[in-house]
Design a binder for this molecule. Structure first.
Ligand code: NSS
Length: 434
């Protein structure tokens, strides 16, 4: 059926006049009296193909193809400054095609209604925009694994069905689990990673986490991808250095590998090029002072939410390590700073340009009595955490860890307005399909 198939990206590296067979899908079509122009896409890129009327049957077929028809064609490469990428293919024949039905997404529909585009997400994922995001996402996931492994971390897996909250009861997803009560989807694999440091010392996982987020925001999903890590003996400053290196590594990998995709997304890459240690380190007290000086109505002890993070991150051209949050705004497992016990050894990494929190982490309580009393202080039931408490009874060690919201990171790196465009199949309070 076909000769040697060339990927579209490679068409641009061939010398003029090369014979090629390409296969892909019709992305755009323009029919003139004696020529048909198809823009054909495959997984690697797009190229313009010209069918001349003198070809006869292939010309007739090309003129009738619907958008998104699949096609295998042969032709010859030719330099053409007006074509995207400066090269086009002059078709000689069509070897195979499937014209299908009329494609429902046209440019007007795409502009008109983002809900519609979510309904037809299974088709919209073929768009150039989503193609670019998915390729950046691929690089981000790869870079996360590379970085952890290069630092001697072992990859592990926690369960998705769990029996207690990590991040507070308000966002727990109950599931029907035979006749058992109090079974939920996990909010974070953190506690399981803490178990595993006693075996492997440095562990990480890349897994979904689930939150019953009742409101729709630009940065919340009900199912998101979470890269989490725990390290035995790691203390607070070491943790902050680690986060700097991790984010620097990921951003550099994307800049090295995904220039074309970032250009297609219209991303200004100057901010990304600026992502190098040291990041800005600001403690909670200073953040409150900065926010107050900007006219934000906030006082010591209040949580710093998305709106405040936006104000804060607009002041800086690099990621921020925001640390030492008050005890009551952070989950119970955070270790209080012995020198200022009303605060915790906690840190959020905020992405610049208004994006805000992409990482939350800190030092964990390792003393048994301290953990028990904090569980009680937060109104939680120690029985739900019996195995988590056991870790403090047998060979407890100082340790730290964190969770990185990968979809939020992709959102920022790509410069997207909404987190759902960083994910192929977003889940939120109103959507579980396609
Ligand atoms: O709630 S977190 O701030 N922290 C934890 O879950 C810790 N148990 C992680 C750990 O230390 N192992 O969530 C961590 C990150 C947060 O900074 C966001 O980037 C992301 O996870 N996150 C989310 N992304 C998308 N949608 C939602 N709903 C969401 N919630 C958290």
């Amino acid at each position: 059926m076909e000769g040697k198939v060339v990927s579209i990206r490679d068409v641009f590296n061939l010398s003029e006049g090369s014979e090629v067979t390409i296969r892909g899908w019709v992305y755009r079509k323009r029919v003139l009296k004696d020529k048909v122009f198809l823009v054909v896409r495959d997984g690697s890129g797009i190229v313009q193909v010209v069918f001349d009327k003198s070809l006869g049957e292939p010309f007739n077929i090309a003129s009738k193809l619907n958008i998104e028809s699949s096609i295998i064609l042969t032709g010859v490469t030719k330099r053409e400054p007006r074509a995207p990428g400066g090269v086009e293919v002059h078709a000689k024949g069509i070897n195979w095609y499937y014209a299908g039905y009329e494609f429902p997404i046209n440019e007007d529909a795409a502009k008109a209604d983002s809900e519609y585009l979510l309904d037809v997400r299974h088709l919209w994922l073929r768009s150039r925009r989503m193609w670019a995001v998915l390729r950046v996402r691929h690089t981000v996931f790869g870079a996360i694994h590379e970085f952890f492994r290069s630092r001697g971390y072992f990859e592990v897996q926690g369960p998705m069905f769990v029996s207690a909250a990590v991040e507070g009861g308000a966002t727990l997803f109950p599931v029907e689990y035979f006749d058992m009560k109090n079974v939920y989807l996990t909010q974070s694999s953190q506690f399981y990673l803490e178990v595993l440091i006693y075996s492997l010392e440095k562990v990480y996982t890349v897994a979904p986490s689930f939150r019953a987020e009742k409101s729709r925001t630009r940065r919340h999903l009900t199912e998101f991808w979470h890269a989490e890590a725990e390290e035995a003996w790691l203390q607070f400053d070491g943790l902050m250095n680690f986060l700097e290196d991790l984010i620097t590594y990921i951003v550099k990998r994307v800049l090295d590998e995904r220039q074309e995709e970032l250009r297609l997304l219209g991303r200004d890459t100057r901010v990304l090029e600026n992502v190098k240690p040291p990041f800005h380190r600001i403690d909670y007290d200073e953040a409150i002072r900065i926010l107050q000086s900007k006219g934000v109505g906030i006082k010591w002890g209040d949580d710093i939410g998305a709106d405040e993070e936006r104000v804060l991150t607009m002041q800086f051209d690099k990621p921020i390590l925001l640390h030492h949050f008050p005890e009551r705004v952070k989950a119970f497992y955070h270790r209080n700073d012995p020198s200022r016990p009303e605060t915790t050894l906690s840190v959020d990494l905020l992405a610049p340009e208004g994006y805000g929190e992409v990482i939350g982490g800190g030092e964990r309580i390792y003393d048994y009595e301290e953990l028990l009393s904090k569980i009680k202080k937060f109104g939680l039931n120690p029985e739900d955490y019996y195995w988590y408490l056991d870790l403090r009874k047998y060979g407890s060690v100082p340790h730290s860890g964190f969770g990185l919201g990968i979809d939020r990171l992709v959102m920022w790196i790509c410069g997207l307005d909404h987190i759902r465009d960083a994910v192929p199949f977003p889940r939120d309070v109103r959507r579980v399909k396609p």
